[in-house]
Design a binder for this molecule. Structure first.
Ligand SMILES: C[S@@+](CC[C@H](N)C(=O)[O-])C[C@H]1O[C@@H](n2cnc3c(N)ncnc32)[C@H](O)[C@@H]1O
Length: 332
């Protein structure tokens, strides 16, 4: 029998799909709300096939996402429940849906990259965000996944950023406003402009209206490779630089340097590679970046080098308790 770690890799395909399907068909929500329940009772309540559900739940029990008691009843494990409950801000279902419905199909390109290289294989493809925003449904799904991935960590990152005294923050590629909202909630004097592609505008405005943020949250439509960035005391980039090659990142950071007031700062919020090449979520998303974008994940030292090359000084790294961390540069 293969050792446990190898089993996790070989059979991981099944557990990811079992998790995705159990979430998508309301099984996890049902178990979270109703408590322990057999596959047959759950299937009857949700009018889905009991035999298939039992098999899916057995996989999820084997990887400890759910627990199975002696009577064959399943419950969602206490440690995983917050991340699988769509009412909880830590819910990961949207991210898993993005991985399964969007990323998986693209992974086959890795085989061709190995044979011919990414540049040759991707030459005929549209740019990454043309694909991601190909229609309203795909746009909505991507922005929902980004919100779910970023909102909770942003609360901690906003604190780590130390924005007391900052009045104008521009969140470049701020999507539907996860970091903007977290920062506005924490700093009452702050105004945030999200600078993003025009497709994102209505989604950001929806966030602003739902949260009653009025003119404290604005949207500036633009393309950060063509347009200058709006002036600010602080310019933030959350999961932006990991979408692009080093020379594009440098171009963006130089634009941020121009936009940023003297004495201001730039915030880079990203997953970080350890010096030994881990952790797993960063290594996995680094592969995902390879097929979905043109970027990669970096170490804190690599981000610091980019910041310094763009003219920022006094760079510091602040780690959060999440996967997303902060590298800060100051504008002399
Ligand atoms: C990976 S998402 C990051 C979203 C958010 N900052 C976060 O941390 O969750 C990348 C963002 O960059 C935006 N973006 C991509 N290309 C852009 C461009 N050329 N100009 C402006 N924004 C762009 C996308 O619309 C998207 O909102």
């Amino acid at each position: 029998m293969a050792p446990g770690t190898l089993d996790n890799v070989v059979y991981g395909l099944f557990s990811t799909h079992a998790l995705h399907l159990a979430d998508r068909h309301g099984v996890l929500a049902h178990l979270i709300e109703r408590g322990p329940s057999s596959a047959a009772d759950t299937a009857a309540a949700l009018t889905i096939d009991a035999e298939t559900l039992e098999r899916l739940l057995l996989v999820l029990a084997a990887v400890s996402v759910v627990e199975r008691d002696a009577d064959g009843r399943y419950r969602v494990a206490e440690q995983t429940a917050p991340f699988l409950d769509s009412r909880d801000p830590r819910y990961l279902g949207g991210f898993v849906d993005h991985l399964v419905t969007n990323t998986t199909g693209q992974l086959t390109r890795l085989h061709h990259y190995l044979e011919r290289g990414k540049e040759a294989v991707d030459a005929a493809l549209p740019s990454p965000f043309e694909t991601i925003y190909r229609d309203e449904e795909a746009t909505e799904s991507f922005l929902r996944a980004m919100w779910q991935l970023s909102f909770e960590p942003s609360k901690e990152l906003a604190g780590l950023a130390g924005l007391d005294g900052t009045r104008r923050l521009v969140d470049v590629g701020g999507a539907s406003g996860a970091f903007a909202v977290a920062a506005l909630d924490r700093y009452p004097e702050l105004h945030v402009t999200v600078f993003d592609l025009p497709e994102v505008g209505t989604h950001l405005e929806r966030t602003r209206d739902a949260r009653g943020l009025g003119d404290r949250l604005g949207f500036a439509a633009g393309d950060f490779f063509r347009d200058p960035l709006p002036a600010a005391d602080c310019v933030s980039f959350g999961y932006i630089l990991s979408d692009w090659e080093d020379d594009f990142c440098l171009e963006l950071l130089r634009k941020a340097h121009k936009a940023c007031a003297s004495g201001g700062r730039v915030l880079i919020m990203e997953r970080l590679f350890d010096e030994d090449g881990g952790p797993l979520p960063t290594a996995a998303m680094n592969l995902s970046m390879h097929v979905e974008t043109r970027g990669r994940h970096r170490t804190a030292a690599e981000y610091t080098a980019l910041l310094e090359e763009a003219g920022f000084t006094d760079c510091v790294t602040r780690r959060s308790s999440w996967d997303k961390h902060l590298v800060i540069g100051s504008r002399p």
